[in-house]
Design a protein around this ligand. Structure first.
Ligand SMILES: [Zn+2]
Length: 283
């Protein structure tokens, strides 16, 4: 089983995770820029983070045979903080970088006017830089958040097939399905989507334009839930080809629209499972 996790925050994860992911078949990831939990107090805090997403983290992933790409944005939550908004002016230079495959995560957290502005401005950046957009949908008041997100997307003029609405569930999938946008599902250990619930959605709606991710981050989450979903699909009668489509070919197709996906493995290490000296040299 080859796996491309199209939404995972490896900055928050350990080398143990990289080892387990490589052993489970994860060969590529996309890491969206997001909120780190601790509020940022200045723009430099963003740019150091972005530099890490396009520099250090791809190097770290490479030690385990995993291709790493990033999406760059001002996240929805911090769009409300006046100390953070000036980062919008710094985004264009990052959106030109090789490993950056979309603008994201953008969208709504609490659906404030400040979030409206940042969302629209960043969709305009996606259009200007000819990049896809990765849209986070809010965890509270999700249906209204999805409806409003779709309206902002439509107004921006970006092509729907270049947009993924992420963190969907049974109640929001229908809203997005007929718009032409991609459908993102984050599989979590206890709340929200689980592998069995994901399988039911795939049975009901098919595998087209569906992205399945772990969205693993600094909270309770599990980077192997992509693999668990693939196994649940096989257990429910889906074929190896169906699994490959959902867990590999779909993310390749979506993020391939950036023209920047690099899935060659020439300069990657063979997956290593012990004793990586470079990554133990931190202190
Ligand atoms: Zn995320």
């Amino acid at each position: 089983m080859r796996i491309f996790d199209p939404h995972i925050h490896m900055t928050s994860r350990t080398t143990d995770d990289y080892e387990r992911m490589a052993a489970a078949g994860v060969r590529a990831v996309v890491e969206p820029a997001f909120w780190l939990g601790q509020p940022r107090t200045n723009v430099g805090s963003f740019t150091d983070y972005f530099d890490s997403l396009v520099g250090w983290e791809p190097f770290r992933a490479g030690q385990f045979g995993i291709r790493h790409h990033a999406t760059i944005a001002l996240n929805p939550k911090e769009a409300n903080d006046p100390r953070c908004r000036p980062v919008l002016d710094e985004l264009p230079r990052y959106l030109e970088k090789d490993g950056v495959v979309a603008v994201g995560e953008i969208g709504y957290d609490s659906m404030t006017p400040e979030e409206d502005d940042a969302f629209a401005a960043q969709l305009a950046l996606a259009v200007a830089h000819d990049l896809p957009a990765m849209v986070h949908t809010p965890h509270r008041d999700k249906a209204r958040g999805v409806e409003r997100s779709l309206a902002v997307v439509a107004e921006s003029g970006i092509a729907p097939q270049r947009v993924v609405l992420d963190h969907l569930n049974e109640t929001t999938v229908k809203l997005v399905r007929d718009t032409g946008c991609w459908l993102g599902f984050s599989i979590y250990p206890d709340t929200k989507m689980s592998p069995p619930r994901m399988v039911e959605l795939l049975k009901a709606y098919g595998t087209e334009r569906v992205l399945v991710n772990s969205a693993a981050d600094w909270g309770r989450s599990d980077p192997l839930l992509t693999r668990a979903t693939g196994e649940a699909m096989l257990g429910a009668g889906f074929t190896d080809d169906d699994v490959d489509r959902v867990l590999w070919r779909n993310p390749v197709e979506f993020y391939g629209q950036s023209g920047r996906l690099d899935l060659t493995d020439d300069d990657l290490a063979e997956p290593t499972f012990a004793g990586n000296s470079i990554l133990r040299g931190g202190s």
